[in-house]
Ligand binder design. Structure first.
Ligand code: CA
Length: 221
């Protein structure tokens, strides 16, 4: 549901890609391999990855946290946008999916920028807070189990520096969040998450209709 931007008719979507996509071969190869995967819809769209690369550069990010790696397309995109001494903490629980990610990170020459931790992300983020890393990160991306979004967000807000940015994926959830008849646990969790952020005075906010909806929350100084 997030392999292309929501709400764009196919012809216009193809135009958008043709007129602006600059996907390097390393990302294109990973996208092709993931397209054959049964959960290929979990991968972000290429124009969203390019947008996130722009955000990483705009924020001058050196330290990034990602919650939810899957086959590593978004991690690879962000790692490519980081400076040579940049660091990406990648949190996931799947050995199987991240094995694909690791192979492509190495092939692209950015494996040294990425620290993959295979454990529940809540535990990883708590451990980093306990280790004194609160305020150390510039950019965060959440794209994992939807019922966990609130917990990840609260921990990431502590790990971010003032002025740092959290990007949250799937916040339009293929339109289900706007449909009162849709009440799956994931849909309800995303609807509540969106409502909570709308009221959250700790951040500046924008819900961008790219991919499957990408919410941007900037930690206010
Ligand atoms: Ca996603």
């Amino acid at each position: 549901m997030s392999r292309k931007s929501i709400g764009l008719e196919e012809r216009l979507y193809q135009y958008l890609l043709g007129a602006s996509l600059r996907e390097p071969p390393s990302l294109a190869k990973l996208r092709e391999e993931t397209a054959a995967h049964p959960h290929a819809g979990m991968q972000i769209s290429p124009e969203q990855a390019q947008f996130m690369q722009l955000l990483v550069k705009l924020t001058g990010a050196r330290r990034v946290v990602e919650v939810g790696v899957f086959t590593g397309y978004s991690s690879l995109a962000m790692a490519l946008a980081l400076p040579d001494d940049g660091h990406l903490l990648a949190c996931d629980v799947s050995e199987e999916y991240t094995a694909i990610a690791r192979r492509h990170w190495a092939a692209a020459g950015v494996a040294s920028r990425i620290e993959l931790v295979l454990a529940p992300a809540r535990e990883t983020l708590e451990a980093r807070i306990a280790a004194g890393e609160a305020g150390h990160y510039d950019f965060a991306f959440i794209d994992a189990d939807k019922t966990g979004y609130h917990d990840y967000y609260e921990r990431l807000l502590r790990l971010l520096r003032p002025g740092g940015l959290i990007a949250v994926d799937n916040t339009l959830w293929d339109g289900a969040v706007a449909d009162p008849a849709e009440n799956s646990p994931d849909t309800v969790a995303l609807r509540e998450f969106n409502a909570r952020l709308h009221r959250d005075e700790r951040v500046d906010l924008s819900l961008v209709p790219i991919g499957d909806g990408l919410t941007l929350a900037r930690k206010r100084p």
